[in-house]
Design a protein around this ligand. Structure first.
Ligand code: V47
Length: 359
């Protein structure tokens, strides 16, 4: 280890917060194994040999979207041939089909639909919650919550309160992209700005709604933008805690308006996982989302700070539209065996990280 790395190692071992400069150094440094060793040290302190997973069902209500984000291959115009919108009956049926498979979570994300009223989203949540109160509903990104506020004229707080009353349990971490408005203006000018996304999550935490957070990396951002993004999340968590997990999302370029860009390397994915664990000292769980990373890189990332591999998913649509090469779902048995194969203990959790069973 060189002098700077020894200084960072000393901070990590003594629970001293890493600075912006430390984060930038880690990205510039080629000593991947030392970075990994430190991230692994932190991970073992938080969750030992455990790797968490859950049994869930993703429901994407529609792919008709007004946002037109440059990085997205999922959103379409209403008149395109593969555009779809689930009715509340269809969404209910789709969720109900999964109930006997032992799921503990509905993971519901939609798109910014031009016409559907807020009541539609409330009804989807209410019907599923009333019929299956024991199944946790994690739904709607900060960007969707902000859009609901725009179309109704209600505040973030009022929207979140209405959804909570209907049965919303927690929120996923999507829509954060890179929390820098110069980048957002280039990539996704038609949706929530950085402060709006952060305000939705802050308000959710104040209302007792746990949330996740993400970072979409590997497009037009710099390493410095990534570190600033992580620090924005860390600062919000200090002020209004409620983030349960952080999920780094490598940009998948296929079928997007940025299809000229290359997919990130496994090296970048592993390094970003480790740096996230080291910078985000106040977010307990770092998730290796197998759908995007691929199984091999997800397994490797358990030694680079990750302690969660997300869930069984079933029919993931957003990443697969952009060329994710993984299967659309995975069985619980497969999740258990891939965690064991990597030398860790698979632990089934519910959405709020209560332990259901160790395998
Ligand atoms: O917000 C869209 C990203 C997110 C692409 O909270 C893309 O547990 C890569 O946030 N390449 C939605 N990423 C998915 C998401 C998520 C997934 C799994 C678990 C959780 C959680 C959250 O997907 C979007 C955007 O940042 N995304 N297009 C793409 N081409």
């Amino acid at each position: 280890m060189d002098r700077k790395m020894l200084e960072i190692a000393d901070k990590v071992k003594n629970d001293i917060r890493l600075s912006r400069e430390d984060g930038l150094y880690l990205y510039s440094c080629h000593d991947l194994l030392s970075i990994g060793e430190l991230a692994r040290y932190k991970k073992l302190k938080v969750s030992g040999d455990n790797i968490f997973f859950n049994v869930n069902r993703h429901i994407n209500l529609s792919n008709i979207c007004v946002s037109k984000c440059q990085f997205c291959a999922f959103g379409l115009e209403k008149n395109e041939s593969t555009a779809y919108l689930m009715t509340t009956d269809q969404a209910f049926e789709y969720g109900a089909q999964a109930v006997n498979l032992g799921i503990t979570e509905f993971h519901i994300v939609s798109a910014l639909h031009p016409d559907m009223p807020f009541d539609y989203y409330v009804e989807v949540i209410k019907r599923l919650h009333d019929a299956y109160p024991h199944i946790h509903i994690q739904a709607f990104t900060g960007v969707e919550i902000h859009y609901f506020a725009q179309i109704t004229g209600l505040s973030h707080r009022e929207i979140l309160q209405a959804l909570k009353e209907a049965g919303l349990g927690s929120m996923p971490g999507g829509g954060a992209e890179i929390l820098n408005d110069n980048i957002r203006n280039r990539l996704c000018p038609n949706k929530a700005r950085s402060d709006e996304w952060l305000n939705v999550h802050r308000t959710a935490h104040q209302l007792g709604i746990k949330t996740n957070c993400t970072m979409l990396y590997g497009h037009v951002e710099t390493f410095s933008d990534r570190i600033d993004h992580l620090i924005s999340l860390r600062t919000l968590q200090d002020q209004d805690p409620g983030f349960q997990s952080f999920i780094p999302l490598p940009f998948l370029p296929d079928n997007t308006r940025l299809s000229n860009l290359k997919r990130t390397t496994a090296l970048d994915d592993i390094k970003t996982m480790a740096i996230s664990r080291l910078m985000l000292d106040n977010i307990e769980h770092i998730k290796a989302f197998w759908v995007m990373l691929g199984i091999d890189v997800a397994q490797l990332s358990f030694n680079f700070g990750a302690d969660d591999i997300d869930g069984t998913v079933v029919e993931e649509k957003i990443m697969h539209a952009a060329g994710a090469a993984t299967k659309k779902g995975i069985t619980k048995a497969e999740l258990i065996s891939l965690v064991k194969e990597a030398g860790f203990v698979p632990v089934e959790r519910d959405t709020l990280y209560n332990i259901i069973k160790e395998y």
